[in-house]
Design a protein around this ligand. Sequence first.
Ligand SMILES: *[C@@H]1O[C@H](CO)[C@@H](O)[C@H](O)[C@H]1NC(C)=O
Ligand SMILES: *[C@@H]1O[C@H](CO)[C@@H](O)[C@H](O)[C@H]1NC(C)=O
Ligand SMILES: *[C@@H]1O[C@H](CO)[C@@H](O)[C@H](O)[C@H]1NC(C)=O
Ligand SMILES: *[C@@H]1O[C@H](CO)[C@@H](O)[C@H](O)[C@H]1NC(C)=O
Ligand SMILES: *[C@@H]1O[C@H](CO)[C@@H](O)[C@H](O)[C@H]1NC(C)=O
Ligand SMILES: *[C@@H]1O[C@H](CO)[C@@H](O)[C@H](O)[C@H]1NC(C)=O
Ligand SMILES: *[C@@H]1O[C@H](CO)[C@@H](O)[C@H](O)[C@H]1NC(C)=O
Ligand SMILES: *[C@@H]1O[C@H](CO)[C@@H](O)[C@H](O)[C@H]1NC(C)=O
Ligand SMILES: *[C@@H]1O[C@H](CO)[C@@H](O)[C@H](O)[C@H]1NC(C)=O
Ligand SMILES: *[C@@H]1O[C@H](CO)[C@@H](O)[C@H](O)[C@H]1NC(C)=O
Ligand SMILES: *[C@@H]1O[C@H](CO)[C@@H](O)[C@H](O)[C@H]1NC(C)=O
Ligand SMILES: *[C@@H]1O[C@H](CO)[C@@H](O)[C@H](O)[C@H]1NC(C)=O
Length: 640
Amino acid sequence: MKISLVLLTSLALAHAASVDVFPRALPNAPDGYTPANTTCPAVKPKVRSANTLSRNETIWLKKRRKETVDPMKELLGRLDLGPFDAKSYIDKTAKNVTNLPNIGFAASGGGYRAMLNGAGVIKAFDNRTANATSKGQLGGLLQSSTYVAGLSGGGWLVGSIFVNNFTTISDLQKDKRVWDLQRSILEGPNSKQFQFLSSVSYWENIDKSVKGKKNAGFDVTLTDYWGRALSYQLVNSSKDDGGPSYTWSSIALGDEFKNGEMPMPLLVADGRRPGELLVGKNSTVYEFNPWEFGSWDPTIAGFAPLEFLGSKFDNGIMNDTCVRGFDNAGFLMGTSSSLFNQLLPRLNSTSMPDIVKQILEDILKDLSKDDQDIAAYAPNPFYNYRNSTATYATTNELDLVDGGEDGQNIPLHPLIQPERHVDVIFAVDSSADTEHSWPNGTSLVQTYERSLNKTGIANGTVFPTVPDVNTFVNLGLNNRPTFFGCNGSNFTGPTPLVVYLPNAPYTAESNTSTFQLSYEDSERDNLITNGLNVATMGNSSLDSQWPSCVGCAILQRSTTRTGTPLPDICRRCFAKYCWNGTVDSHPPKPYQPSMKLGSAGSGNSVSTSSGGAAGAASTGSDLASSATAFAGAATSILGG
Ligand SMILES: *[C@@H]1O[C@H](CO)[C@@H](O)[C@H](O)[C@H]1NC(C)=O
Ligand SMILES: *[C@@H]1O[C@H](CO)[C@@H](O)[C@H](O)[C@H]1NC(C)=O
Ligand SMILES: *[C@@H]1O[C@H](CO)[C@@H](O)[C@H](O)[C@H]1NC(C)=O
Ligand SMILES: *[C@@H]1O[C@H](CO)[C@@H](O)[C@H](O)[C@H]1NC(C)=O
Ligand SMILES: *[C@@H]1O[C@H](CO)[C@@H](O)[C@H](O)[C@H]1NC(C)=O
Ligand SMILES: *[C@@H]1O[C@H](CO)[C@@H](O)[C@H](O)[C@H]1NC(C)=O
Ligand SMILES: *[C@@H]1O[C@H](CO)[C@@H](O)[C@H](O)[C@H]1NC(C)=O
Ligand SMILES: *[C@@H]1O[C@H](CO)[C@@H](O)[C@H](O)[C@H]1NC(C)=O
Ligand SMILES: *[C@@H]1O[C@H](CO)[C@@H](O)[C@H](O)[C@H]1NC(C)=O
Ligand SMILES: *[C@@H]1O[C@H](CO)[C@@H](O)[C@H](O)[C@H]1NC(C)=O
Ligand SMILES: *[C@@H]1O[C@H](CO)[C@@H](O)[C@H](O)[C@H]1NC(C)=O
Ligand SMILES: *[C@@H]1O[C@H](CO)[C@@H](O)[C@H](O)[C@H]1NC(C)=O
């Protein structure tokens, strides 16, 4: 009886899910992709000053920090920390949650390479991954985290997980309706999975939804097209429509999120002032969290309610209709990765029907060349904010660009805000800094240098000292996990310990081009597996003590606060993994890392080269190679 009821219920649920609205992130926009006027809440939304955490985040954190206690006990209890009883330490410390380890995760940009490499790391850290909770495994680190930030390709990763009800990487790999990268984003998804979609109807659908927004009076740019297209790969909508109604703010409405049962997702984008072509090192960095959009930087120092973006604000006050539906999840992911916009019209795919090319050409006609990577946030929520006369406050449109354009390709900015008190950041770097698309620490250097501008843009943020990029390469800090800022007492303010996890070849040549737009499933999965090996150091085969060292990194700040000595093993770990201040700045030889472990399997069609010869592994598709010329230019903008 009971069993059949359960069965019936799950059938009903499955049915509901297949016909539609069974909500994940809720498809709750009032009119699909078109933002629409709606009734305002009793208290009119307004822009708030960024001098504290939002009330929403503060309330949520109370629940979240408690929810991290069990997974942290489970995780740390599984890592060998010698005589240190991590379980009872966490239990004891949980009485005052501010003393618990506060963990953040950051996934860098770098196109699909970054999405997949980052996914492998998340997979290793997720307790739902098969075998990830066996002895010495790192599953549960994701469940122990407070924040998960992504930017550009890393933002696609974070969005794929959180917009789809905190799904797992394994499920994203299995589900044919998402992460199908075999056909490029230009051609659209495989019509076998998407019932009615040919390339033509795919682009017509995209064009229709963007035109809808335009006809309602909103500025549209290439980012709107880009974001809609991305949604067909990243948002699992049962309607075969790329989920035009999925908003980022709806993430805050899910019960599991509200109860603090999952970490908080963050996307990062950069500001670009009108007329400015290159994004400067001191450009304003914006974040999208589930409740708000804005910036901690002194330039803006304000946050607008995300749900009501698209409404008119004047000096932070909304005195017109409340618009909803502007914060489309794909549009936000597209904003954070808007560098790739420019690929759309420039790629000439032989398989692309003329009508599609026509659509893309028409889009271009309206845009000046220099504005193609811009996402228009208009009306500008910070218009006249604090009566400022700064440019950002006097324009009706706020222009945002790819979060990596300022060189900070790892989204550390939201995680180093002193208000957030993050203790340890697991920072995955899949940047293409070197000639062969490997990271070389540039991103950390940028964030470090920005943090030195104490009276200006740094605004209270503190970042551990890192060496120059030559040292990164010469000492191999870009080739294996490295800890920065191990000694927390050296700093002037709350400073996280950074566990730097650079992309390196463990089981696959994971240095595919940033502009490779299609991947066979086997190649996709090999990159994910390589990322998993980045996080686990090849299932600890390269260092049997690695899991313990991860435990030490997690505990370092917390035990310093509580005056608890760490076990001996941690001393050995820190001696091994902490950058100790050594510098070797002479120009390095070209960086050509050799494969650390054997190749994962025979399925990898890309790495025809045997382990050792790194080379530019991306043979890529026609699409990718036709993009190469452009890619060169874009790479220099991105700085990687
Ligand atoms: C989201 O996932 C959780 C945990 O797997 C599940 O209990 C819940 O039913 C899911 N919610 C939706 C709306 O699918
Ligand atoms: C965020 O906080 C505001 C004010 O406290 C509240 O009105 C709103 O419902 C909260 N938003 C969510 C999504 O919980
Ligand atoms: C993963 O961690 C969560 C939070 O502690 C827990 O509820 C869940 O049961 C765990 N899942 C597995 C498969 O261990
Ligand atoms: C919790 O610990 C912090 C310092 O680590 C301290 O400032 C705070 O007062 C403590 N809170 C309580 C309720 O004891
Ligand atoms: C999990 O571990 C079991 C036993 O060691 C092994 O047979 C299985 O292949 C592993 N599964 C995965 C996905 O690694
Ligand atoms: C929303 O309301 C404003 C006036 O408050 C109006 O100008 C605008 O056209 C309306 N937009 C739509 C899409 O109806
Ligand atoms: C960035 O610095 C330049 C000079 O180095 C200055 O002209 C510009 O105003 C600064 N931008 C911001 C947003 O502070
Ligand atoms: C909105 O506020 C501005 C000043 O902040 C004022 O000039 C304008 O009249 C207001 N509009 C409405 C409809 O109240
Ligand atoms: C794309 O192909 C069309 C013909 O199909 C050609 O006219 C156009 O110049 C090509 N554009 C680029 C950027 O190569
Ligand atoms: C902005 O200017 C208005 C009108 O001049 C004034 O009432 C208000 O106090 C000012 N607000 C701020 C934050 O300076
Ligand atoms: C490091 O990467 C930057 C681009 O991000 C590049 O300009 C520089 O030449 C690289 N240096 C080394 C030593 O790899
Ligand atoms: C520090 O930041 C300010 C404004 O944010 C900018 O004007 C100045 O050029 C920056 N200085 C350096 C050395 O980057």
